[in-house]
Write a protein of this length. Structure first.
Length: 336
């Protein structure tokens, strides 16, 4: 499908058309019953709804410009950065990681970049707390000292640690910090002003996050989660990614190849994305995110219908994560 250039225009509050009005009424009612969050719905290039509803747990009124921690949605940026560097001839996804780090032990010498991208490296899911102070090389050495869950390439096991290794690899290849690389390569050119591990102080926007967040470094988190963003910024990213501004077509398609079956029903994992078949027999490309701060998010692209749904929240509804409840109900409204 063709996409127009994203430009740098801000995407503020939007509610237009009969579908948006129906969703607006539904989410307003959900807010009366405890929902707090921000939701964006787009049909193709057109945002039909982008609004905040209710209050966060901290009492922040949610708006279209509220910044949330997007959790593991961060992984798609890490994966895209790897393919961008491969396109530039600076690495190959088939390279073993021992080519980039001096302290890879023998049992991990066969791990490739592809294994890390697809959670098939055999690394553990977590090696420490998200906001535990952790320096890069010390953290990697700790990861490499722990035994593997299985031999690389023989199974699937979701691993935040693997994506932190990818972030460190990006730093080794580029000679820049992971965040600096993302900002200069993706965020600034696409006008994603409200996206990053930290935001400029002059940006006066509501941020739903732990106010005690320090300066880091947080190498148990970098690469796999923790980015801050807005629904509007992620829509810009979506248009740019599918419009060819971020990667050429062949490289972009490699993000969404169902390389490995996951342990969740019929779901497969690509590079930083889950690929599923809906009950309608259509393709869903998605990733959810959650953080130790209680933030939850969903990024869902119904490819065949060309519908995008982004949901941010930090509350629970009837003991369930709010984004899961809202997602299921919105699907019923949108697809009947």
């Amino acid at each position: 499908m063709s996409r127009g250039k994203t430009g740098k225009r801000e995407i503020g509050e939007v509610c237009k058309g009969p579908l948006a009005s129906k969703i607006d009424l539904f989410l307003t009612d959900m807010a009366r019953n405890g929902f707090g969050g921000t939701v964006l719905i787009a049909e193709g290039d057109d945002v039909v709804l982008n609004k905040g509803f209710g209050l966060s747990r901290e009492g922040i009124r949610c708006t279209a410009s509220t910044v949330f921690d997007i959790g593991s949605i961060t992984k798609q940026f890490t994966a895209t950065a790897i393919l961008r560097l491969e396109e530039e001839g600076l690495l190959s996804v088939n390279d073993p990681i021992k080519n980039y780090f001096d302290y890879v032990p023998e049992d991990k010498a066969r791990i490739t970049i592809h294994h890390l991208l697809t959670h098939t490296a055999g690394l553990l899911h977590s090696y420490g707390e998200d906001y535990e102070i952790a320096f890069r090389d010390e953290t990697l050495k700790k990861m490499f000292e722990r035994p593997l869950k299985f031999q690389p390439g023989t199974a699937y096991s979701y691993s935040n640690g693997g994506y932190s290794v990818l972030a460190a690899l990006i730093e080794r290849v580029t000679g820049r910090s992971f965040e600096e690389y993302l900002r200069s390569t993706f965020f600034d050119p696409l006008g994603m002003r409200y996206t990053g591990y930290s935001l400029p102080e002059q940006l006066e926007v509501p941020v739903v996050m732990d106010k005690s967040r320090k300066d880091g470094p947080y190498w148990y988190l970098y690469g796999n989660g923790g980015l801050l963003s807005t629904t509007g910024d992620l829509f810009k990213w979506h248009l740019a990614l599918h419009g060819g501004e971020v990667l050429p077509e062949l490289q972009k398609k490699r993000l969404f190849i169902p390389y490995v079956k996951t342990d969740e029903g019929t779901s497969f994992y690509g590079y930083g994305w889950f690929i599923d078949m809906t009950s309608r027999g259509t393709t869903l490309i998605s990733h959810s995110g959650e953080s130790g701060e209680g933030i939850n998010s969903d990024f869902l692209y119904y490819k065949d219908e060309d519908i995008l749904m982004i949901i941010f929240s930090d509350v629970r509804l009837n003991s369930k994560i709010a984004v899961d409840v809202i997602e299921e109900l919105l699907e019923g409204i949108i697809f009947g």
